[in-house]
Design a protein around this ligand. Structure first.
Ligand code: PLP
Length: 438
C-alpha cells in the first residue's frame, strides 16, 4: 500500500449505530472511554474479533492493540476458550450454588501463585477492589486509605477520588455523586514520592487501613515504579499496621502468572484481579492469606456477595485461558515479542529525532510523546503530547491498526499477535510517525 496516499476508512455503519446508541445510552456507550472523546471521530462498532484482528460494522479490519482493555492475552476468540465455554454452557448458565469449576479455576490460580492462599471471585475488577478495601478496613478496624494520583481502581465511591491541593490532603471526589465524607477517608498522594507517604503516616497515624497501588500503574500512561519504591511501601505499611493492596487487575497474569507481586517479588497483603482472569467474560477476584480471608463472610464479619459470582461460564473461560498461560515458555515468548516491537519503534523514532518514548513491561507498552526517559508519576506526563497521540490514532485507524482511544491508555500484545503482523504494524507506525512529525 502506498505510503503517501491519504486514506479514510468507511465508517457509515458505525456512525449510524452510534447515532442509534445515543438514543439509548448516555453518550451512546456503556463505558465512557469507548465514546472516542479523546481522539478524532466517533466509536467504531465492532462486529467480530479473531486472533489479533478486529472487524467493525463497515467491514474494516484492524490489528487490535486494545484487546478489550487487557483481558484477551490469547487474542480474540481463542479456540480453547471458546470451546470450553460452549462445553460448559451446554449444562446451563448459572446456578447460584457452588460448582466444581470454581474449585478448578481457584486451584489453577492459588496453586501457581505463592503470594496468595485463598481467593474470592467477583464479577468485575471494580467489585474486587471495593471488596478488598472493605476487607482491609474490616481487618484493621481503621477507615482511611491511601491511593495514588494516576492509579485507577474502578468506579467505587472511595476510589473515585483525586488529589486535593498540597502534598498530603484529603482527596476530592473525581465524580459527582460521591459524598464528601467518603472522599475524606481517601488520602491521595503522588506516585514515587516517599516523603508524601511518610507525611501521610505522620498526619494520620494509626488511622490508615491500607495503601492501594497498581504496582504497575497502567491506567494513566505506564508509570513504571522502581522496585525499591514498592519495597518502601511494603516496609512502611508493615511498620504501621497498615495493609498493602496490590491492584493487579491489569498486571495480574499479564507480566507473568504471579503478576507484579511475582515480577518484583514483593508480598502484598491483599491482591485484586480482573480482566485476564476471566478470559473475556466478567470475572474479578481478590485474594490474600488464609488468615486475612477468614474475615470474609460467612467465616468472618466482612460481608461480600454476588448473584453471578463464580458463574460457571465465566469460570470456564478463565480455566481455559489460564491453562494456556501456564504452558512452559508462554510469557517468555510473549514478552520477547513485545520487547522487540517496542524497541524497534523506539529505534526508529530516536534515529529520526522524533520526540517519542516507548515504555514497556511484559506485554504492555505505552507510546508517549515526550523526551523524558522515565515517567513515574502523573505530573511527569507530557500532556502536550496528547495532540500527537490523537493524530497518530487517526492515521493508524485509517491504516488498520486499532489502539485504545486515548493517549493515556496502554497497548497490549497477545499471543495471537504473530511476528509477521507485528512487522507489518511496525512499518505502518513508522509511516504514521513520519506523517505526524513532518
Ligand atoms: N483496577 C484496575 C487497575 C483497572 O485497570 C480496572 C479497570 O480498568 C479496574 C480496577 C476496574 O475493573 P472493571 O473495569 O472490571 O470494573
Amino acid at each position: 500500500v502506498s505510503n503517501k496516499e491519504k486514506r479514510e476508512i468507511v465508517r457509515e455503519k458505525s456512525a449510524a449505530l452510534y447515532e442509534k446508541a445515543k438514543t439509548f445510552f448516555p453518550g451512546g456507550v456503556n463505558s465512557p472511554v469507548r465514546a472516542f472523546k479523546s481522539v478524532y471521530g466517533t466509536p467504531l462498532f465492532i462486529e467480530k474479533g479473531d486472533g489479533c484482528f478486529l472487524w467493525d460494522a463497515d467491514g474494516n479490519k484492524f490489528v487490535d492493540f486494545c484487546c478489550s482493555w487487557g483481558p484477551l492475552i490469547l487474542g480474540h476468540n481463542h479456540p480453547k476458550v471458546r470451546e470450553k465455554v460452549i462445553e460448559v454452557m451446554q449444562n446451563g448458565m448459572s446456578f447460584g450454588a457452588p460448582t466444581a469449576l470454581e474449585n478448578e479455576l481457584a486451584g489453577l490460580i492459588v496453586n501457581n501463585n505463592k503470594y496468595i492462599e485463598k481467593i474470592r471471585f467477583t464479577s468485575s475488577g471494580t467489585e474486587a477492589v471495593m471488596s478488598a478495601i472493605r476487607l482491609a478496613r474490616g481487618v484493621t478496624g481503621r477507615d482511611k486509605i491511601i491511593k495514588f494520583e494516576g492509579c485507577y481502581h474502578g468506579h467505587s465511591d472511595s476510589l473515585l477520588v483525586k488529589a486535593g491541593s498540597g502534598l498530603v490532603t484529603f482527596g476530592e471526589t473525581s465524580s459527582a455523586g460521591i459524598p464528601k465524607a467518603f472522599a475524606n477517608e481517601t488520602i491521595v498522594v503522588p506516585l514515587n514520592d516517599r516523603e508524601a507517604i511518610s507525611e501521610a503516616f505522620k498526619t494520620f497515624e494509626s488511622q490508615i487501613a491500607a495503601i492501594i497501588i497498581e504496582p504497575i500503574p497502567a491506567n494513566n500512561g505506564l508509570l513504571l515504579q522502581d522496585r525499591e519504591y514498592l519495597e518502601f511501601l511494603r516496609n512502611i505499611t508493615k511498620e504501621n499496621g497498615t495493609l498493602l493492596i496490590f491492584d493487579e487487575v491489569i498486571s495480574g497474569f499479564r507480566v507473568g502468572f504471579e503478576g507484579a507481586a511475582g515480577y518484583y517479588d514483593i508480598q502484598p497483603d491483599i491482591v485484586t484481579y480482573g480482566k485476564i482472569i476471566g478470559g473475556g467474560l466478567p470475572v474479578g477476584a481478590y485474594a490474600s492469606s488464609s488468615e486475612i480471608m477468614s474475615h470474609i463472610s460467612p467465616d468472618g464479619g466482612v460481608y461480600q456477595a454476588g448473584t453471578l459470582s463464580g458463574n460457571p461460564v465465566a469460570m470456564a473461560a478463565g480455566i481455559a485461558q489460564l491453562s494456556e498461560l501456564l504452558k512452559s515458555g508462554f510469557y517468555k515468548e510473549l514478552n520477547a515479542k513485545t520487547q522487540e516491537f517496542a524497541e524497534s519503534i523506539q529505534r526508529y523514532a530516536s534515529a529520526k529525532n522524533y520526540k517519542l518514548k516507548v515504555f514497556k513491561i511484559g506485554s504492555i507498552f505505552w507510546i508517549s510523546f515526550t523526551d523524558k526517559d522515565k515517567i513515574q508519576s502523573a505530573h511527569d506526563i507530557d500532556a502536550g503530547g496528547m495532540d500527537k497521540f490523537k493524530e497518530m490514532h487517526k492515521e493508524l485507524l485509517n491504516r488498520g491498526v486499532y489502539f485504545g482511544p486515548s493517549g493515556y491508555e496502554v497497548g497490549f500484545i497477545s499471543s495471537a499477535h504473530n511476528k509477521m503482523e507485528l512487522e507489518k504494524v511496525k512499518r505502518t507506525i513508522f509511516e504514521v510517525l513520519d506523517i505526524i512529525f513532518k
